[in-house]
Design a binder for this molecule. Structure first.
Ligand code: COI
Length: 348
């Protein structure tokens, strides 16, 4: 693979003890171009601006999909990824839904591994430190007819990351807006799924909440996702989450949390979750935990849930499920425990 390195790294200018999520980028990036019906070999070049015509389709119709992944470093300086195969499968699933071409597996993995080795100094050891990896694909050809592109770019950029949220979050249950509809693109990591959340989330922020819990578009009676994450509820000792479908993202962290919870003997239910049962449980002090799961945030605990004019505060527990499961995931990700599931992926 062709690799063009930067002359001088910018790493010395970065304050690794203060990293607002997604604001600092490493020295290099991967680019892979699709033209005339095929992908050309990926290459690595210094992180820099892209040159696209203003008529590039991505700007007009949002033909864009992405992934979120992380790389970790263990105490011996070895680099690991977590279930990267799942991200590879999902980006192609998202691409197919947006009529974009399938990316070959070897291009995804070869370029990703080469990039991570090159950026090794940016991956700091220590639990909570990681390199957030953002692979994405855009339609790049100049054409404003509303039809699928004929040229695409697959790009990978990386950003050193610590936590996504500073602490627990207050979330508001959506009564009017929704994130996804039956037959739509909710299951895909389509860029537009995220842009369409910004306005309702801003309204929630004006009321003192950080995120919205999305309800189903048809009835607003079922809870589906929280902000950019999947969502779990603990009622009594039971952990409940909604099943994936064409409205809900098949989150890698979501399915890892479910697996670990079940193996720890926690009673898990994957089934539609009614707003009414969650409110009833909160009123009876039986709603013990709510947390979101995602690659960026890992597990993000909820401090309070807002519904209509009421705010339901959640208790602070010792040995809460969120902390137990998060710790078990971290131990696998940072190579501090056995990995019975084969989720860890060595980059060497
Ligand atoms: C992730 O958790 O990786 C996501 O894709 C969410 C993103 C909006 C930060």
């Amino acid at each position: 693979m062709k690799i063009t390195k930067v002359e001088t790294s910018k790493i010395d200018k970065v304050d690794f003890s203060n990293l607002p999520f997604g604001s600092v980028f490493t020295d290099h990036m991967v680019i892979c171009d699709y033209k005339n019906g095929q992908w050309s070999e990926p290459y690595i070049k210094p992180y820099s601006e892209l040159t696209l015509q203003p008529s590039a389709r991505v700007f007009h119709y949002g033909q864009a999909v992405f992934e979120g992944m992380k790389a970790y470093k263990d105490s011996d300086g070895k680099i690991w990824m977590f279930r990267p195969e799942d991200n590879f499968i999902r980006i192609n699933k998202s691409a197919a839904r947006l009529a974009m071409p399938e990316l070959p597996k070897e291009y995804f993995f070869q370029s990703l591994e080469a990039l991570l080795k090159l950026e090794s100094d940016w991956i700091k050891p220590g639990k909570g430190n990681s390199l957030y990896i953002r692979p994405f694909m855009i339609a790049s050809d100049p054409m404003i007819a509303a039809s699928p592109g004929e040229e695409y770019k697959f790009i990978i950029i990386c950003s050193p990351a610590q936590s996504y949220y500073a602490g627990k979050v207050k979330v508001m249950i959506a009564q009017k807006y929704s994130r996804a509809a039956d037959g739509g693109v909710g299951f895909a990591k389509a860029a537009g799924n995220y842009a369409s959340q910004f306005y309702p989330t801003n309204l929630a922020k004006q009321k003192g909440f950080q995120q919205v819990i999305w309800t189903d578009a048809n009835t607003h009676q079922f809870l589906e996702e929280a902000g950019t994450m999947n969502i779990f509820f603990r009622i009594g000792d039971k952990l409940i989450t909604a099943p994936t479908n064409d409205r809900i993202l098949d989150g890698v962290t979501r399915k890892s949390v479910l697996q670990i919870a079940q193996d720890k003997g926690i009673d898990c239910e994957v089934r539609p979750v009614k707003v009414a049962e969650i409110i009833e449980a909160a009123e009876n002090n039986n709603l013990l935990e709510v947390f979101g799961t995602g690659t960026a945030a890992v597990i993000s605990e909820v401090s309070a849930v807002g519904f209509k004019d009421k705010v339901y505060d959640l208790p602070t527990l010792d040995n809460d499920y969120a902390s137990i499961i998060k710790n078990a995931i971290f131990e696998i990700q940072y190579n501090e425990a056995d990995d019975p599931y084969g989720w860890r992926y060595a980059v060497d």
